[in-house]
Design a protein around this ligand. Structure first.
Ligand SMILES: Nc1ncnc2c1ncn2[C@@H]1O[C@H](COP(=O)(O)OP(=O)(O)OP(=O)(O)O)[C@@H](O)[C@H]1O
Ligand SMILES: [Mg+2]
Length: 283
C-alpha cells in the first residue's frame, strides 16, 4: 500500500536531513505504530506518507514514496488525497469549516460520496468519535481535545484506503484515546483501512498495532511485529523510548537469568511470565 525506498529529506531551511535512508513497506490492511523521541522525524515521515512532502514543504527529496501505486513526487496532492486521509499533529491548521458537521460534509462531498450515503457516514463518524452532541457546534468554540476528535471523525467518515495519524490522542484522556484506537481497529477490520499512527501511549499501541517502527535521528532503527520490537528493550531505552513496564520487567528477569520466554506485552502475559518465574524458583 505504501512503499518507501531510500527516502532522504532535508527541509529547505535546515542543514541536516530530517529523514535519512528510510525504507519501509506498509502492506494493505496493516496497522503500524510509529514511536521515537521528539525530533526523530516521525511527523516528517507522516508528511512523506501523505504527499505534504514534497508538495507543501519544499526541500531536498531523494528516493521514492509510492502510495497505492502513485509516486508522490509525480502525483498531485488531490490525487494522493484520494488514497490517504491524514490527521496532523497540528489539528488546528487542518480544520477548515466553521461548524462541525460541515467539516465532515466537505470531505465527503470532495470525495464524491453519493448523497444518500452522506447522512449515514456523518452519523457513524460522529458517534464513533463520541461527539454526536457536538454536531452543530462551531469549531472555534471547541477545546483542543474536541477539535482532535472532529479531525479524526472527518477522516474516518471518508474511509480512505490508508489513514495516517500523527499523535491524534495528544490532548485526549485515556478513555477517549482508547475510543480513537477502537474506531481505528473497527475501520481496519471492517473496511480493510490501512492504519499508520504516531503515538506516545505505547501500551495502547502494543494492544492495537500489529507492527511497530521506531525512529531515532531521522532513521528507522527497528521495525517489525510489536512483540519482536519490544524484545529489543536495551536499544529502545538507548533511543529514549519508554517501553511498557511489563516489557522492562521481563528484560530485567532475563538479565538476571530468571526468564527465557517471550516478551509480555500486556498484564495477562506478564502474569503468565511471573507464574513461570515463580515455578522455576520453587526448585
Ligand atoms: N517545517 C519544518 N521546517 C524545518 N525543519 C523542520 C520542520 N519540521 C520539522 N523540522 C525538523 O525536522 C526534524 C524532525 O522533526 P519532526 O517534527 O518530524 O520530529 P518528530 O519526531 O515528529 O518530533 P515530535 O515528537 O516533537 O513531534 C527536527 O530536527 C525538526 O526540527
Ligand atoms: Mg511530531
Amino acid at each position: 500500500m505504501i512503499s518507501i525506498k531510500n527516502l532522504e529529506f532535508r527541509y529547505g531551511d535546515s542543514e541536516d536531513p530530517a529523514l535519512r535512508d528510510i525504507t519501509l513497506d506498509v502492506e494493505s490492511g496493516d496497522f503500524l505504530g510509529i514511536i521515537g523521541p521528539s525530533g526523530a522525524g516521525k511527523s516528517t515521515l507522516t508528511y512523506a506518507m501523505s504527499g505534504v512532502i514534497p508538495h507543501h514543504y519544499k526541500g531536498d527529496f531523494y528516493g521514492s514514496v509510492e502510495i497505492g501505486g502513485l509516486d508522490t513526487v509525480q502525483s498531485s496532492p488531490e490525487a494522493i488525497a484520494r488514497h490517504v486521509g491524514s490527521v496532523f499533529q497540528d489539528v488546528e491548521g487542518q480544520l477548515l469549516a466553521s461548524v462541525v458537521e460541515d467539516e465532515i460534509l466537505f470531505g465527503l462531498e470532495n470525495f464524491g460520496i453519493p448523497r444518500e450515503e452522506i447522512e449515514e457516514r456523518i452519523e457513524y463518524a460522529l458517534s464513533s468519535s463520541g461527539i454526536s452532541d457536538l454536531r452543530c457546534r462551531t469549531i472555534a468554540s471547541l477545546s483542543g481535545g474536541q477539535k482532535q476528535k472532529v479531525a479524526i471523525a472527518s477522516i474516518t467518515a471518508l474511509r480512505p484506503e490508508v489513514i495516517v495519524l500523527d499523535e491524534p490522542t495528544g490532548e485526549l484522556d485515556p478513555q477517549s484515546s482508547r475510543r480513537v484506537f477502537e474506531t481505528l481497529r473497527e475501520l481496519n477490520h471492517t473496511y480493510g483501512v490501512t492504519v499508520v499512527i504516531v503515538e506516545q501511549k505505547i501500551m495502547m499501541l502494543c494492544e492495537f498495532a500489529r507492527r511497530m517502527a521506531v525512529m531515532e535521528a531521522g532513521r528507522i532503527i527497528l521495525e517489525g511485529p510489536v512483540r519482536e520490537v519490544l524484545s529489543h528493550g536495551e536499544r529502545l531505552e538507548e533511543a529514549g523510548v519508554n517501553i511498557p513496564r511489563v516489557a522492562a520487567l521481563s528484560r530485567r528477569l532475563r538479565e538476571a537469568g530468571l526468564y527465557r520466554g517471550n516478551t509480555p506485552i500486556d498484564l495477562a502475559e506478564a502474569e503468565t511470565m511471573m507464574r513461570e518465574v515463580a515455578a522455576d524458583a520453587a526448585f
